[in-house]
Design a protein. Structure first.
Length: 479
């Protein structure tokens, strides 16, 4: 019986290897080019082209990078096409680490987009636009993302009409490309991009103080979007500037719904306290401030020590994300909250998806019969996957540090609110009326238009009404 089981295991192992073998012509031809050229960099475009015939994208990355780094002239259109093909599959971050001088040697549309992103991050908006201008064809996979970047640049530089036009063009182009693909990862990336372009219109209007227009534009975003939970906070600010404080509080209370427990944004509590203060509901404002300090102060210090301890150990932060993804919880509640927020972030999901694409190549490369060829290509694949792992770890680390910055700013905001509340309460004591009515929650204080309805709230959150809640509190200012 034992021998039969052993034979069956060998049979299934052989079957698995055969099913996962790469199409031998491509990888064999790649090896032939390497051997004949004695590893010359000039052969790398041909090597890459052959590896792509077998869909070994991550295995091909080191060859393209080294070719780009050593080539002193302009890159040919054939190599540009190879770069486009590889980056479209593995994601832009593998090539974002290259210096601008190297990236400038190619006219590949996807690299022009990467260059524009790098310029955008350091505030060189004119150079970013120049990198995008006329370099990315309409049908190119990166076009929707380039249009989102273009809209963001115009919005930041106060070119409102150009920004709105770019965002609307982005929405159209993204939808068109969504209709042309059935790849789930690609569809998710495009849907996130489309939604950020929809929100871009609203953000531009908000930035231009067109709050009524922004209110309507925010409604164009579907509630089942990846983006919607973070945008709800922006809608709350928009209502705040409209002085519709009850609607602001209604937007913010939505974050208490169990379905939103992965969202982390400390400024939610700051805006809540600020709104209560504007309504002169000082006890409510102070309670929010006190609860905030009680909830975050000690844990924030613990997370900062934790980040300081592990520094730039990207492997550790990758393993942290992996363990949380597998259901393990860090000891610190705040850290656990932060990690769950990161795991649900669209950019993090994209990094993981790309990593999984690379891992799918492992078994196929291991199955190569030529030992020397297997060793060389395994080494290349390992190099690419280790970088992808570190990119994931770096993203997790950066996100945690950014959240610490947000918490620090929120503590400053809460301190200001606490002092302001004390000052305003003193003023109120001097001018207080003896006939102040302290009743709360009256429908008379609701503001709504013909498209907004009233329903009875029994303590539960209804999925269809998430984000539509409105408080009915009366301002106690001037009483």
């Amino acid at each position: 019986m034992f021998k039969k089981m052993k034979i069956l295991r060998k049979y299934f192992a052989l079957f698995f290897i055969l099913c996962n073998l790469p199409v031998s012509a491509g990888v064999d031809n790649a090896w032939t080019y390497l051997v004949k050229s004695r590893g010359s960099v000039n052969s790398y475009p041909s090597v890459t082209n052959e590896l792509l015939q077998d869909s070994l994208y991550f295995t091909a990355i080191p060859y393209l990078k080294e070719y780009l780094s050593t080539n002193r002239g302009r890159i040919s259109k054939d190599v540009d096409a190879l770069i486009d093909a590889v980056v479209t599959q593995v994601g832009v971050r593998q090539f974002e680490v290259l210096p601008q001088a190297i990236l400038n040697r190619t006219s590949a549309p996807i690299i022009r987009y990467i260059l524009a992103k790098k310029y955008f991050r350091v505030g060189k908006y004119n150079k970013a636009l120049k990198a995008l201008n006329g370099t990315i064809p309409k049908d190119h996979p990166s076009k929707p993302f380039a249009l989102l970047l273009e809209g963001s640049i115009f919005s930041i530089t106060n070119k409102t009409e150009l920004a709105v036009a770019a965002y609307k063009n982005c929405i159209r182009e993204t939808k068109r490309q969504m209709n042309q693909t059935k790849n789930k990862n690609r569809l998710r990336q495009l849907s996130v991009n489309r939604d950020y372009c929809i929100v871009g219109v609203a953000r531009t209007e908000f930035h231009g103080r067109k709050y009524d227009e922004a209110t309507l534009s925010y409604l164009d975003l579907s509630k089942d979007s990846y983006v919607w939970p973070e945008v709800l906070f922006e809608e709350a600010w928009n209502s705040f500037y409209q002085r519709d404080y009850n609607r602001t509080l209604g937007k913010l209370v939505t974050y208490n719904a169990p379905i939103m427990n992965f969202v982390f944004n400390p400024e939610i509590e700051v805006l809540k306290a600020l709104t209560y203060m504007e309504l002169c509901l000082f006890d409510d404002a102070r309670k929010v401030v006190d609860d905030y300090y009680r909830k975050y102060q000690e844990d924030t210090l613990a997370v900062k020590k934790y980040l300081s301890k592990y520094g730039k150990n990207y492997k550790y932060f990758y393993l942290l994300a992996k363990s949380v993804k597998n259901g393990k919880k860090p000891g610190n509640k705040l850290l656990n909250k932060l990690m769950n927020s990161i795991l649900n972030d669209a950019a993090f999901i994209e990094l993981i998806d790309s990593f999984n694409v690379g891992r799918d190549e492992i078994e196929r490369v291991k199955a190569l019969s030529n030992a020397k060829m297997r060793k060389v290509f395994t080494s290349n694949l390992r190099e690419s996957l280790l970088l992808q792992r570190d990119l994931i770890g770096a993203y997790v680390r950066k996100s945690l540090h950014l959240n610490m910055d947000y918490l620090d700013k929120s503590f400053e905001g809460m301190t200001y609110i606490k002092l302001e509340v004390l000052g305003r309460r003193k003023e109120q004591l001097y001018f207080a009326s003896n006939d102040v009515n302290r009743s709360r929650g009256d429908i008379r204080y609701l503001k709504r238009n013909d498209k907004q309805y009233f329903w009875t709230f029994n303590g539960e959150f209804w999925a269809d009404e998430l984000g539509d809640y409105v408080f009915s509190l009366k301002s106690e200012c001037g009483q």
